[in-house]
Design a protein around this ligand. Structure first.
Ligand SMILES: [Cu+2]
Length: 257
């Protein structure tokens, strides 16, 4: 049974959850990543990562014309290291044969790469791939992230509501954007949503990508999300404040069932 599920809540959020299993050579997803760039990647702020997407059901390569736009893009690539500190969210281009993405990975480590998109028949997929990065800054140690519900990037502060979160139970988390200096944030849409929330399990193998629905106030929203396992999840909240993309790293301790 596929653990892939798509939960659309009637209330305030659309949540897409992508599970992971080890039962299938390329993971359980219908679409898999086949890297053309072989072996480990050399650390750089401009790594060209070239790959193909393979539809394992239709037995064909997936190009731009095989995808529907989702959140204003055909394909989304989310990349992070095993310590859940390094993060990229980029949008690959298709040259007629290969997908190409420019990654900014200057720290060594084991990285997870996820390609997320929607096939023409409406099937959402999240294909994962793991790759090492070498010859850069020393790899970061994998440690428990703790429960950090408030963090800032520059003047922009993101705070998550404080309720306890349990594995396997739907949580309602409210995020609020504010400014350290007390001025009002100017939050505008990023890829068709006020905020993008990317949550990753402690071992990196589960990715949850959630989008709050538009509210009257751009600086706050509610996310409905079910964390599959216990532990400290990384939560990256991405918002555009005064025209600048801010990726704020937070974390949430998920208690056992
Ligand atoms: Cu994206």
């Amino acid at each position: 049974m596929s653990k892939f599920s798509n939960l659309l809540t009637a209330l305030t959020a659309a949540v897409v959850m992508f599970g992971h299993s080890t039962g299938f050579a390329h993971g359980e997803e219908r679409v898999s990543i086949e890297a053309v760039t072989q072996g480990t990647l050399t650390a750089s702020d401009k790594i060209e990562f070239v790959f193909k997407l393979q539809d394992e059901v239709a037995k064909k390569s997936v190009g731009e014309l095989d995808l529907k736009e989702s959140h204003t893009k055909k394909l989304h690539l989310v990349v992070y290291d095993a310590s859940l500190n390094e993060f990229n969210h980029v949008h690959p281009t298709f040259d007629g044969e290969f997908w190409k993405a420019e990654l900014n990975l200057t720290t060594d480590g084991s990285y997870f790469i996820w390609a997320q998109g929607t096939l023409l028949d409406g099937t959402e997929f999240s294909a994962s791939y793991q790759v090492g990065v070498t010859d850069g800054k020393p790899a970061l140690t994998v440690v428990s992230l703790g429960n950090i519900r408030k963090a800032s990037v520059g003047n922009t502060v993101v705070e998550l509501s404080k309720e306890k979160v349990r594995a396997g139970k739907m949580a309602m988390i409210i995020y609020t954007v504010s400014h350290i200096d007390g001025t009002q944030p100017d939050v505008t849409q990023y890829l068709g949503a006020n905020a993008h929330i990317i949550a990753v399990s402690p071992d990196g193998t589960d990715l949850i990508h959630a989008h709050p629905m538009d509210g009257n106030d751009n600086t706050t929203g509610m996310i409905h999300v079910t964390f599959p396992t216990e532990g400290d999840y990384r939560i990256w909240v991405q918002v555009i404040d005064a025209g600048v993309l801010k990726t704020v790293p937070l974390s949430v301790t998920v208690l056992k069932k």
